[in-house]
Design a protein around this ligand. Structure first.
Ligand SMILES: Nc1nc2c(ncn2[C@@H]2O[C@H](COP(=O)(O)OP(=O)(O)OP(=O)(O)O)[C@@H](O)[C@H]2O)c(=O)[nH]1
Ligand SMILES: [Mg+2]
Length: 292
């Protein structure tokens, strides 16, 4: 249980880590950005703030961009709508998308074509030929970039998996005579000085479990469910409320409710895994953890 009791201490910790392929990806993007027409930034609709890349504009510069709210099927639509409105009010183009189960990608094609019309009409005025859209798909890990690209391509060309860091290299995928897509590995930032963001990312399997402990992620999930979705807390874990003062007690109740064998002591790691997996395996839906 030391991890849970040390949770408070952890709040002050700055997490410093950075996989090498992310540095490389940022460099690769910098090298090809001048040839890109549209940046498609993919976010997780359940954490529309935490899953954005804070310094994206630094390396995509003034390129036209679209924000894709992916995994829209899993979010709390009422709350996520508020984020959409906020970003639209700030001048962004936002498209909601369930890449796994629908053909929502077609809405992105419409927007890309609109943006290209503008660009191509300027080219034609200058006496140049119109060009095909070159779109850079970016985002943090595991938000569904490759799944979306496969929908565009109509075949499984980009590797996908329900864990962060599946795509390791940037690749160009020809969609048709009007469009190329660039798939990129998920990128993050070198330091998380905001623990809330790190925990939100971990809750949606965007950062690896090794970076935070599984207990910490589970506690974060329980706290969020307690604050925003008590009905899910009750239905999924059999508890009416959760607070950090009686962690052991709640874990024991959840352990019983979930029929997790107790060998003398509650298996905190196993209970935590069950909690984390309930989001990962989509047993829990209709949640949005970021609030305005
Ligand atoms: N429910 C739901 N699941 C999705 C959606 N899009 C992708 N997924 C799932 O999310 C997981 C990650 O998908 P990927 O396409 O590999 O994600 P990625 O952004 O390419 O990840 P990295 O390459 O690691 O950066 C897979 O299990 C997909 O099936 C969606 O819109 N809804
Ligand atoms: Mg990928």
């Amino acid at each position: 249980m030391s991890n849970i009791n040390e949770n408070e201490k952890f709040q002050k910790t700055v997490i410093n880590w950075y996989p090498g392929h992310m540095t490389k990806t940022k460099r690769d993007i910098g090298n090809i950005i001048s040839s890109v027409d549209v940046v498609i930034e993919v976010v997780d609709s359940r954490i529309p703030f935490s899953s954005r890349i804070p310094d994206l504009k630094k390396f995509t510069r003034d390129k036209k961009s679209i924000i894709v709210f992916n995994k829209y099927d899993l979010c709390d639509k009422t709350i996520t709508e508020k984020w959409i409105k906020k970003y639209e009010d700030e001048g962004s183009i936002v498209i909601t998308c369930d890449s796994k189960n629908t053909n929502d990608y077609k809405k992105i094609i419409v927007e890309v074509n609109n943006l290209m019309k503008d660009l191509n009409s300027k080219r034609i005025q200058k006496g140049l030929l119109s060009k095909k859209a070159r779109c850079l798909v970016v985002g943090v890990p595991n938000v569904g970039k490759s799944t979306l690209i496969n929908k565009f391509a109509g075949r499984n060309i980009a590797g996908i998996g329900n864990k962060p860091g599946v795509t390791k290299n940037m690749s160009v995928i020809k969609i048709n005579e009007n469009m190329d897509l660039l798939d990129t590995p998920g990128i993050l930032w070198p330091k998380f000085d905001n623990n809330e963001i790190a925990n939100n990312l971990a809750s949606m399997t965007i950062i690896k479990e090794e970076i935070l402990t599984i207990e910490e992620i589970a506690i974060h999930i329980l706290k969020k469910l307690n604050d925003y979705y008590p009905e899910i807390l009750k239905k999924e874990f059999g508890i009416e409320e959760y607070n950090n003062d009686e962690v052991e007690e709640y874990f024991e109740k959840i352990s019983k409710y979930k029929n997790i064998p107790v060998n003398g002591e509650v298996d905190y790691e196993r209970v935590s895994l069950v909690i984390v997996n309930s989001i990962k395996q989509e047993k829990i839906k209709g949640i949005t953890f970021d609030r305005l």
